[in-house]
Design a protein around this ligand. Structure first.
Ligand code: COA
Length: 332
């Protein structure tokens, strides 16, 4: 009897374009020494971060996201008229509403399709990929822009040295297109996604304001050591689950592209998973933690420098406030 999967081709969400945008202004660790009591060696040793980009006046999250979206469309050889879904992962929207995704949609000149934001903090891009993949797999939509865009510099307490040295601004985007697959792990496209959350950990990483509570925007607050322990302890589970679902192992992986929060978290996670260090894409030195933007920024960097190629097996992984965490395994 023929394998059922041979008779029923499935729809895979294939990455057909990728792009990113970073604000021009670069702030080095040395620059931060003038603002808070810190030092370049402390920041490098604890986090691996050397510099980050900071958005200029008027450079809102949707402005950054729009530039990344345009770059991804150009890379795909497509125009906005080819897109019917815009998903923007962000925790730093231009306004409480409307959704930043709708502002990007308008900026692209789109009058068709649906656009909405995803709020899963640093896991936002993985949540965005998982969500768009389900829309495309269902047949309801055909081509999605999935964007991660952030201006964390605007919610940072610039007097708190424990957090202000960690974050940066930027945006990245991919275009996902529904294509027929066989159901096998050799298919191009998203192979599996695993999403988790546990809201009991709110106070470990949160913003202390919001429209429904303080009526202000608030500032980011973090218990750094607790976040560190949770990140290394939990995030490997969703990666292992993804390997098991797809029937592949760490050895089959070409690239591990984790959320870029901290070099020590990234390397500890890779080691725990048995992923060779040379397969890990790291951009945190130059970008800092750009929250939902960090994975698409890293993907775009790896593609532009020639590492990431069509057919490569790629694992995305992230953890963020909530806590939220998740993984996405895809063949580029
Ligand atoms: N420069 C210099 N000293 C600093 C500092 C800075 N920027 N920030 C904190 N310190 C000091 C602390 O005040 C403390 O001093 P004390 O011993 O006199 O009290 C000392 O350094 C150690 O602080 P601690 O918080 O224990 O450091 P740490 O080794 O845990 O490193 C982080 C701090 C934030 C780098 C680390 O906890 C971390 O990376 N956590 C994960 C954060 C993260 O990734 N968040 C985003 C997840 S999406």
């Amino acid at each position: 009897m023929a394998d059922k999967r041979d008779e029923c081709p499935i729809r895979r969400s294939v990455v057909v374009g990728c792009g990113s945008y970073l604000p021009e202004r670069v702030v080095t660790n040395k620059d931060l020494e003038a603002i808070v009591e810190t030092s370049d060696p402390w920041i490098v040793q604890r986090t691996g971060i050397r510099e980050r980009h900071i958005a200029g006046e008027g450079e809102t999250t949707s402005v950054l996201g729009l530039k990344a979206a345009r770059a991804a469309l150009a890379d795909a050889g497509l125009t906005a008229s080819d897109i019917d879904l815009v998903v923007c992962a962000t925790s730093t929207p231009d306004f409480t509403f409307p959704a930043t995704a709708t502002q990007i949609q308008a900026g692209l000149g789109m009058e068709q399709g649906a656009a909405f934001d995803i709020q899963a903090v640093c896991t936002g891009f993985v949540y965005g990929i998982a969500t768009a993949d389900k829309f495309l797999a269902s047949g309801s939509h055909h081509r999605a822009l999935v964007i991660g865009a952030e201006t964390f510099s605007r919610i940072i307490d610039w007097t708190d040295r424990g957090t202000c040295v960690l974050f940066g601004d930027g945006a990245g985007a991919v275009v996902l297109e529904a294509r027929e697959g066989t159901g096998a792990a050799s298919d191009r496209g998203v192979l599996t996604t695993k999403l988790r959350s546990d809201g009991r950990h709110r106070e470990k990483l949160y913003v202390d304001g919001g429209p429904g509570s303080t009526r202000t925007t608030g500032h980011l607050r973090m218990q750094g050591q607790d976040v560190f322990k949770f990140a290394v302890g939990k995030v490997t589970d969703v990666v292992r689950d993804a390997f098991a679902s797809a029937g592949v192992t760490a050895e089959d992986l070409d690239w591990f592209v984790p959320h870029q929060a901290n070099r020590r978290i990234i390397e500890a996670s890779a080691d725990k998973l048995g992923i060779a260090r040379e397969k890990v894409v790291i951009t945190v030195e130059r970008h800092g933690n750009t929250s939902a933007a960090s994975i698409p920024l890293a993907l775009d960097a790896a593609r532009k420098d020639g590492r990431l190629k069509e057919g490569n097996l790629v694992m995305l992984e992230a953890i963020g406030g909530g806590f939220t965490w998740g993984s996405a395994l895809l063949r580029w």
